[in-house]
Ligand binder design. Structure first.
Ligand code: ATP
Length: 263
């Protein structure tokens, strides 16, 4: 059945706004209790680019999984565009650190598969797939299989697949984490260009503080045991940003100092 999403949003509108309200989650494993999230609240505006950083185990991926509707909180709720999230939806694209492309399908087929249950004609879908292939810089590799792609190219294809249904909200879980530093910095610029064109709200989990400051409107810093938001940094400078600007360096130092204290 077709998702209520249509392939082409008429305007960026105000879709993709998020409200995380008093979300808590405790995991019980054998005789251990883990407070993965403790009263986490966060409002995200439509079209914002948010990064979540924090030490291992502070609940970043748990929060992202909740935003995706893959799991849910014990208490509190998460709303996207006013609707409580209780299951996965095409309205929320997700890209993981490993590309998760289907190995027996070509790049274009992998991207097209994510449009299977979206309303739209076959011609519109073909056009959307080709647009995304061009957007992520994979023109000429439409027929390539995943094993014929480099790590960076595979992640480009995974990002195109996540964006294909035009989700108002795009969730990125360490999407560039497995790439070498040069490919990673190219892809950061590409991600920025893609976000500026597609205008989805983006929530990205990353371990890379510099990447978070380079890309985001706000950087959300979390701390573990229990998993909480400890600070939110507004990054107001114009893009493209320069990593050696005084503001950039000062923010990076503030965040890394806080991270060092809370490990
Ligand atoms: N399904 C689960 N069952 C039991 N414990 C879990 C489960 N998912 C997460 N946890 C625990 O909850 C805490 C938060 O995990 P989460 O993966 O969200 O942290 P993270 O900040 O993303 O960590 P990392 O940066 O290492 O990926 C951790 O202590 C983890 O062991």
């Amino acid at each position: 059945m077709a998702d209520s999403l249509t392939l082409y949003r008429a305007t960026a509108s105000d879709a993709g706004s998020v409200r995380v309200a008093d979300v808590s989650k405790t995991f019980h494993v054998e005789n251990r209790t883990v407070h993965a999230l403790d009263n986490v609240s966060l409002d995200i505006g439509s079209g914002e680019f948010i990064s979540i950083v924090g030490p291992s185990g502070c609940g970043k991926s748990t929060l992202l999984r909740f935003l995706a509707g893959l799991d849910g909180p014990d208490s509190g709720h998460i709303k996207v565009d006013g609707e409580v999230i209780d299951r996965p939806s095409l309205k929320r694209g997700i890209v993981f650190q490993d590309h998760r492309l289907l190995p027996w399908f070509s790049v274009e087929k992998n991207i097209a598969l994510s449009l299977h249950s979206v309303a739209g004609s076959a011609a519109e879908k073909r056009e959307r797939v080709q647009y995304l292939i061009d957007l992520v810089g994979l023109a000429g590799f439409e027929k390539a299989l995943p094993h014929e792609l480099s790590g960076g190219m595979s992640q480009r294809a995974a990002i195109a697949r996540g964006l294909a249904p035009r989700p108002p909200l795009l969730l990125l879980d360490e999407p560039l984490g497995a790439l070498d530093s040069l490919t990673r910095s190219h892809l950061q610029d590409e991600l920025l260009a893609i976000w500026q064109k597609e205008r989805s709200t983006v929530v990205m989990v990353t371990h890379d503080v510099e990447e978070a400051i380079y890309l985001s409107d706000r950087v959300v810093l979390m701390e573990p045991r229990p998993g909480r938001i400890s600070r939110i940094f507004d990054i107001a400078s114009d893009r493209p940003r320069h990593r050696d600007d005084a503001d950039f360096v000062a923010t990076r130092r503030d965040i890394t100092d806080l991270l060092a204290k809370r490990k």
